[in-house]
Design a protein around this ligand. Sequence first.
Ligand SMILES: Nc1ncnc2c1ncn2[C@@H]1O[C@H](COP(=O)(O)OP(=O)(O)O)[C@@H](O)[C@H]1O
Ligand SMILES: [Mg+2]
Length: 350
Amino acid sequence: MAEVRLVDIEKKYGNFLAVPKQSLTIHDGEFLVLLGPSGCGKTTTMRMIAGLEDITSGDIMIKGERINDKPPKDRDIAMVFQNYGLYPHMTVRQNIEYPLKLRGMDKASRKDRVMETAEKVELDALLERRPSELSGGQRQRVALARAIVRTPSIFLMDEPLSNLDAKLRVTMRAELKHLHHELGVTTVYVTHDQMEAMTLASRVAVMREGRIVQLDTPKKIYAEPADLFVAGFIGSPSMNLIDGAVKGGVFRTDGVEVPVDLGDRDGVVLGIRPEELEITQDTDAAIGGKLYALELTGESTLVTLRNGPTSVCARGHADFEADIDSPCHLVPKDGARFHLFDRASGERLR
Ligand SMILES: Nc1ncnc2c1ncn2[C@@H]1O[C@H](COP(=O)(O)OP(=O)(O)O)[C@@H](O)[C@H]1O
Ligand SMILES: [Mg+2]
């Protein structure tokens, strides 16, 4: 097990600044998720930790030791790549077995260990195939099996579930979580999927344009997003972000009137999550407009109303029915949390 520290690390590709100078400490045994949209620098950060990418400046410390110049194979890291990185001339069995062979484990133990691991990721029937004879999802599972077949100091996983079908992805998520509970290995996990981040992480580092914009527990990130970007990125459906102004302790815009604890101010964004709103018959309710769309998700119905430029989504009862374009009113549930942001800077206001 190991603590990983990134100290003022920076990465430039020629003149392009992919990751601006920043620091991050990943605690021993932690499951840290780097979350952000495509191109925000997640893979680059991970490859620097693995030693596959030079650092332009700064230091990487593992277990207190500066490892900037240590080759990847000496960092005691197991990695799952976005593009699998399997050995094409080897069978599935040989691919999974390879890290054990490298470390000199005897043949009988290797066989048992490979079988055990293959069963975990449902590959036991495919052990004699070559990667070219597998689907994308199956290849990804081989890559995962090869990483978890031994217990390194650090796991680095770059979108390891992104090519699996939805059902297997959920199964594998639980499998990874259980595995982390069992082994307690420090893990850095990259994803653009906020649900994956929320369910797996001890802490989430939300990244944007190479920068970490918030580093917190999933709970804290959900309850107190640091800025508009995080607020809009976490949660599905996304938080309603409504533009308006505050005057005399009331946030106002077309169809919306909500008392808030904030001084007079223009350019304010009010955030409220769909699950914290409910449909009401009260025509004086805080939010009013015309019903724009109804979407049944199974366990609930997503209700979208519009009023001028304002669009608000609420998670209603699965049985809710009404005519499109009919009047519609929403009220915040008891204890609902409002978020206030500055439109210009994006920063959280309280
Ligand atoms: N080898 C490279 N040369 C030049 N630019 C690169 C290289 N690798 C990545 N980039 C750029 O760096 C940024 C971050 O890329 P990456 O770390 O792969 O993002 P992510 O994994 O979050 O999708 C992107 O703008 C990407 O185009
Ligand atoms: Mg990537």
